[in-house]
Design a protein around this ligand. Structure first.
Ligand code: KE4
Length: 433
């Protein structure tokens, strides 16, 4: 059991000043129990808490740190840029450079707008889809999490599902009723929604690689193509929420990996290299409806600020190195196979879902986890919590919720992966004893 006195003291102090002692709910460890670790430092594949305990980190700030923490070139770029000013509130050339890189990397994006978070990206894309189609309703999927804008907190996944509260207080019923939901991978349910809401649905928003009910896999029926086809037939827009899987499952995200072209794409996390950046983009015809070109309003004081743009540039430009994703995916596969082998050896029933460099291990007797109800009904969330804390004691930091994804970075070495697998073996043996 690691010494965590300073984290305990910090958590007590933080709880007096911050709701739950945190600035984002999942960080409070409510679903896994125990004291959240307050981080003091992060470098490469490692983080250190305020008691100087070191962990191999598979959260990576929830995805952004794909190069590893505090990459020297990213840090140097931010330091240099800061010398010339932290934020202008005026156009700067770094915005053009990052926009060009996003347009070059993400197949469907012709025009892009930078914002400050994934939530801003998805809420703006939804407003744009409504403005472009003149329709108010939209479809999301059970367990899909698209940030905390009101209309999305209806059967949200991730944080809300972790707390077992699929709807959030404070979301007006009149607003929530515009949100239609369907099970992921279920095209018949989507067809039924369009039939029952003829001419009223502005868009479908989907995580093409769901990561907020743990990682979910597409079925074998070409679900994303089916969504593309139904949107074309019904005059609705297809929005890919690639905040998590964008630049994570390949240089062009899920749309490039699966060869499907959405009308709008939402980005976040990796695009800012650890600084607050979100983005939404798509076909020029649609994006030109955004103010000041068009009537759909959206704005932001710190949007496109030079520091965040430079961090994003220094990060994305390194993802295009030949073999970058192949290596990352191979490391992730080796880790997942090692963890499952450890579970088997310990007699702990488990399965895993992995796409590229994101994965989730589920503790369940099911042969596969294919939807969010599999997680809430058939996964041992209590065991997950005990495993999470046992891995903390072994010096490995996993996501503090069964409903989250874990992320590999380019900084994780083979030795780190071997050490993680060995740590899991010890943790599982302790839990089985
Ligand atoms: P942010 O507003 O947190 O930058 O992005 C919201 C968002 C939108 N779309 C997807 C697919 C997302 O995964 C997210 C945010 N992901 C969570 C992790 N499940 C962020 C961690 C947190 O909420 O603290």
């Amino acid at each position: 059991m690691s010494v965590i006195r300073q984290s305990e003291s910090d958590f007590a102090a933080a709880r007096k000043l911050l709701p739950g002692g945190v600035n984002s709910p999942v960080r409070a460890f409510k679903s896994v129990g125990g004291t959240p670790r307050f981080f003091a430092k992060a470098k490469g594949a490692y983080v250190w808490d305020v008691d100087d305990n070191q962990y191999i980190d598979y959260v990576g700030s929830w995805g952004p740190m794909i190069l590893g923490h505090a990459h020297p070139d990213v840090v140097k770029g931010v330091q240099e840029t800061a010398e010339s000013g932290m934020s202008f509130g005026a156009p700067c050339e770094l915005e053009i450079e990052l926009a060009q890189l996003v347009v070059d990397m993400v197949p469907s994006i012709e025009v892009v707008r930078f914002v400050n978070s994934g939530t801003e990206a998805t809420m703006s894309a939804l407003r744009l889809a409504r403005g472009f189609t003149g329709r108010d309703k939209f479809i999301k999927f059970d367990g899909g999490y698209h940030g905390h804008a009101d209309g999305f907190l209806v059967k949200a996944g991730s944080g809300a599902a972790t707390f077992g509260e699929p709807d959030s207080a404070g979301v007006p019923n009149d607003y929530a009723k515009l949100t239609l939901t369907a099970p992921f991978n279920d095209i018949e349910a989507v067809r039924a929604l369009f039939a029952a809401n003829k001419g009223e649905i502005a868009c479908i928003i989907v995580e093409p690689v769901p990561g907020n009910t743990g990682v979910m896999l597409l079925n074998d029926n070409g679900f994303l193509q089916q969504l593309r086809d139904i949107c074309d037939a019904e005059g609705a827009l297809l929005i890919f929420d690639e905040v998590m899987c964008g630049f994570r499952v390949g240089p062009g995200g899920a749309q490039q990996r699966f060869g499907i072209t959405p009308d709008l794409t939402c980005l976040g996390k990796i695009i800012g290299g650890g600084l607050p950046v979100g983005a939404y983009g798509g076909r020029e015809e649609i994006m030109r409806r955004i103010s000041p070109d068009g009537p759909v309003y959206q704005a932001g004081t710190l949007s496109g600020n030079p520091l965040a743009m430079r961090a994003g540039l220094e990060t994305l430009s390194r993802l295009r190195a030949p073999g970058f994703y192949e290596e990352l995916e191979a490391r992730t596969t080796r880790l997942v196979e090692g963890l499952l082998a450890g579970c088997k050896a310990a007699g702990v029933p488990a399965v895993a879902n992995q796409v590229g460099a994101m994965f989730t291990v589920f503790f369940t007797d099911l042969p596969a986890v294919t939807c969010c109800s599999d997680v809430s009904r058939h996964c041992d969330l209590g065991f997950f919590g005990r495993f999470f804390n046992a891995m903390l004691d072994e010096g490995v930091y996993l996501a503090p919720s069964q409903y989250e994804a874990a992320f590999m970075s380019a900084a994780h070495s083979d030795a780190d992966i071997d050490a993680t697998i060995a740590a899991a073996g010890r943790a599982l043996a302790k839990l089985k004893a």
